[in-house]
Design a protein around this ligand. Structure first.
Ligand code: BG6
Ligand code: MG
Length: 218
């Protein structure tokens, strides 16, 4: 199977940041006097910051005034950014850099398609920005995954038809978005929890683009 372009989700695919989203939401929840577990956090993967807070509040039948809501969002991001500023290259997911290098050698254009408004900062911090022809993030789209908008915009920026794009995702909302956009979706899913994907990987370690495309055509 030949693809003309590749699109990567960011959090949990390229970088191990899900743990910092979890810590930050847990602090916010505790300040609001509500519980927040690792299992709860799973439901927020791929979900925008605003929608995440709406979900957490809805699970506890809790409401905030518009100004309290804004303050909680701002504080969540401040806590998250404290961790992001200390990001180290070893927090790039294992095998990602060799995989990006392989795509570069093959001349296959790549993009990021992420819900995160912090995507450009994170990629810069880790020196990954030069690999990407385009970064489509939570600042540039209005419809959240599972709507395919973020991936369709990325495909457009890569000047490639959606059918010719391969997408890597670690969230169900992201897999569903890629499939809704008529793209081929590969799940990065060490726990084997995701469904509706075209192929499954525990991570990029030891994975070559060549072997993956063979697996997809089998
Ligand atoms: C997604 C994460 O990539 O980005 C979510 O999986 C996060 O957990 C979302 O809520 C928005 O991120 P940010 O950095 O804009 O708060
Ligand atoms: Mg993700």
């Amino acid at each position: 199977m030949a693809f003309k372009a590749v699109i990567f989700d960011l959090d949990g695919v390229l970088v191990d940041t899900a743990k910092y989203h979890f810590i930050a939401w847990q602090k916010i929840a505790s300040e609001l006097g509500i519980s927040f577990s690792k299992a709860d956090n799973e439901h927020l993967k791929g979900v925008s910051r605003v929608k995440s807070l709406e979900l957490i509040l809805s699970w506890h039948n809790k409401s905030l005034s518009p100004s309290e809501f804004e303050a909680a969002l701002k504080r969540k991001n401040e806590i998250y950014l404290e961790y992001i500023y200390t990001l180290q290259p070893n927090e790039i997911m294992p095998g990602v850099v060799p995989f990006l290098e392989e795509l570069k050698k093959l001349g296959i254009p790549i993009a990021v398609g992420s819900a995160s408004k912090n995507a450009p900062l994170i990629l810069d911090k880790l020196g990954l920005t030069p690999y990407f022809k385009s970064i489509v993030d939570g600042n540039s789209v209005s419809k959240a995954k599972p709507d395919p908008e973020v991936f369709l915009v990325a495909a457009q920026k890569l000047e490639t038809a959606p059918e010719d794009c391969l997408v890597f995702e670690d969230a169900q909302a992201g897999i569903d978005a890629a499939v809704a956009g008529k793209m081929t979706a590969v799940a990065i899913d060490p726990e084997h929890q995701l469904k509706n994907h075209h192929a499954h990987l525990v991570g990029f370690e030891g994975v070559s683009y060549h072997s993956l495309t063979q697996l997809l055509s089998a």
